[in-house]
Design a protein around this ligand. Sequence first.
Ligand code: SF4
Ligand code: SF4
Length: 92
Amino acid sequence: MLCRAGCGACCIAPSISSAIPGMPAGKPAGERCVQLGLDNLCMIFGRPERPAVCSAFQADQAFCGSDNAEAVRILTWLEGETRSQGAANSIS
Ligand code: SF4
Ligand code: SF4
């Protein structure tokens, strides 16, 4: 599927362990990435400082659901599942 531009769920719901400009220790789950613009688009898209994990994440119905709220629900649930399995984070 194509990413719903302006969704931003994968930049809010999951934790990201990689350093992000402005978030050198990564991003906690449920916290908005500081690089996510008010239009819910990545402000460093295509730039080398964008974490590799962000570039690698591909929109998929299984993660993104059918609307933005469903994406947040799925990604939040996956974050919890991953944590309960002892992994560091859900998408990296
Ligand atoms: S959760 Fe999916 S649809 Fe939403 S911004 Fe991320 S990749 Fe795009
Ligand atoms: S760096 Fe960009 S793509 Fe990665 S979480 Fe932040 S806003 Fe999203």
